[in-house]
Design a protein around this ligand. Structure first.
Ligand code: PXG
Length: 464
């Protein structure tokens, strides 16, 4: 059976979409005026839209389609599982085969004594679990005052009330009464934008030490945990200086603060190891997972938890869970995804083939007159657009105006690349081949040329 290809004309779909479908992070009036891009099919790293355009998806959907599109094995597994047992829950001392198999597999893949999995339906839900779990852990150890979670500005940890509070996006806090109490944000290790005259190394240490200052100021007896992504994704692929993470680990150890690594983007091969924590060499107490866990073929997330924390939490009843925690179809799909990642050596492909090739070719974009830096780790890439790379200057106009133009030029060249402010970012499917990386980089270069021409024409190629 093939996918549904027979659909209404694009304009009709767009009109109905604008009339009835409320989109995340999209201004409603823009939808009405321009219409949404309708994606109908996908294979490998390539999307097809309702007008038949073939687009290279350099974002892997939303950082999640790690094994690429169109893997029929996952569809087969889902159909088989739906026939066998479409749903059962994992509450009140019940379980089912997919949840058993997936938690066992994750315990095997995760480093050290991260051997226990609490399932959720998404990364947001998993981070909400983490908030309640770390606070409950300390309360059960007789330290109920340890409830503050330290996070970072410009972090993204989800969109629910809890996870959105952990996140450091001020424009999200402005809507809906966030953050919840006892969440504290420190600065991010974003040297390009905020490093001033410091070297990368000095700046990395200075930003890590803000954690120590915050703990001392808030009181060690009040702080439960620190949460961070090994490499910030949605914040603009912020690759921290080498000095940052070792110092953070030292501080967490010294004050016995739990370290939560949000692996929702970095996990499952994105950085060239199974987990981003291995790439930056840290020892988290909890890892948040989602996205690449199922390559986005089914919604599933979770928290992978160390033995000691699971023992403490398990010594009583944790009054927490979701109807779809460990959903059998999603779990079976995730398990099949992990089989493919492992058997086809996709993480090794990232580490040994794709990431070195991307680093070399993506790096050449740094020579473009609009680009200040072009960096990548694994298959996460970032470029800073700037009118003056020497000074690492921002543009004079609104932040993000140039990035938006560049994103539109990417679309016009059949490339999906995101902008975060005036930073362009990529996170392609992990199965991308070297020749596809060449296509990606040459389309990006063309989009940069067109952006450069456009902003000079508009007279906005000016430093702040
Ligand atoms: N943690 C991290 C690090 C994420 O990137 C979440 C948690 C939340 O996961 P769910 O499954 O609840 O969405 C995310 C999600 C973007 C973008 O614009 C990024 C995410 C989601 C939507 C958009 O880059 N990341």
């Amino acid at each position: 059976m093939s996918a549904i290809t027979n659909h209404m004309p694009t304009a009709e779909l767009q009109a109905l979409d604008a009339a009835h479908h409320m989109h995340p992070f999209t201004a409603g009036n823009e939808l009405g005026e321009k219409g949404a891009r309708v994606i109908t099919r996908a294979r490998g790293v390539t999307l097809t839209d309702s007008d038949g355009n073939e687009i290279l998806d350099a974002m892997a959907g939303l950082w999640c389609v790690n094994i690429g599109y169109g893997r029929g094995e996952l569809a087969d597994v889902a159909a088989r599982q739906m026939r066998e047992l479409p749903y059962y829950n994992t509450f009140f001392q019940t379980t089912h085969v997919p949840a058993v198999a997936l938690s066992t597999k994750l315990a095997e893949l995760a480093p050290r004594d991260l051997n226990h999995v609490f399932f959720a339906g998404s990364g947001s839900e998993a981070n909400d679990t983490n908030i309640r779990m770390v606070r409950t852990y300390w309360a059960m150890k007789g330290k109920p005052d340890k409830s503050i979670i330290i996070s970072r500005k410009n972090a993204y940890h989800g969109s629910s009330v809890g996870s959105g509070s952990l996140g450091g996006m001020s424009y999200m806090h402005e809507q809906g009464g966030l953050p919840i109490p006892d969440v504290h944000h420190i600065n991010q290790p974003h040297w390009w934008a905020e490093g001033g005259d410091m070297s990368r190394e000095e700046f990395g240490l200075a930003r890590a030490r803000e954690l120590e200052e915050a703990i001392e100021q808030l009181g060690e007896n009040r702080v439960a945990a620190f949460i961070a992504e090994p490499i910030q994704g949605a914040g603009g692929v912020v690759i921290p200086p080498e000095t940052y993470w070792p110092e953070i680990q030292r501080i967490c150890d010294k004050y016995e603060i739990l370290l939560i690594a949000d692996e929702v983007i970095c996990g499952f091969g994105r950085t060239g190891n199974w987990f981003g924590s291995q790439t930056v060499d840290i020892r988290p107490d909890i890892m948040t997972i989602a996205k690449g866990l199922s390559s986005g073929y089914a919604p599933i997330g979770g928290s992978i938890v160390r033995d000691e924390i699971a023992d403490v939490i398990g010594s009583g009843e944790f009054n927490h869970g979701y109807t779809y925690s460990g959903h059998p179809v999603a779990a079976a799909v995730a398990l099949e995804n992990l089989r493919i990642l492992e058997e086809e050596k996709i993480v090794e492909h990232v580490r040994d083939v794709a990431a070195p090739h991307l680093e070399k070719t993506w790096g050449t974009l740094a020579d473009h007159p609009l680009v200040g830096e072009a960096r990548s780790v694994g298959l996460m890439g970032t470029i800073a657009l700037t009118p003056d790379s020497e000074r690492r200057a921002a543009f004079a106009g609104d932040s993000g105006a140039v990035g938006y133009i560049c994103r539109e030029r990417c679309f016009a060249n059949n490339l999906i690349m995101r902008h975060v402010g005036d930073r362009m970012i990529i996170s392609p499917p992990l199965v991308i081949r070297p020749e596809e990386i060449d296509t990606l980089v040459s389309r990006a270069a063309k989009a940069l040329d067109e952006t450069y021409d456009e902003i000079r024409k508009q007279g906005i190629f000016k430093a702040a």
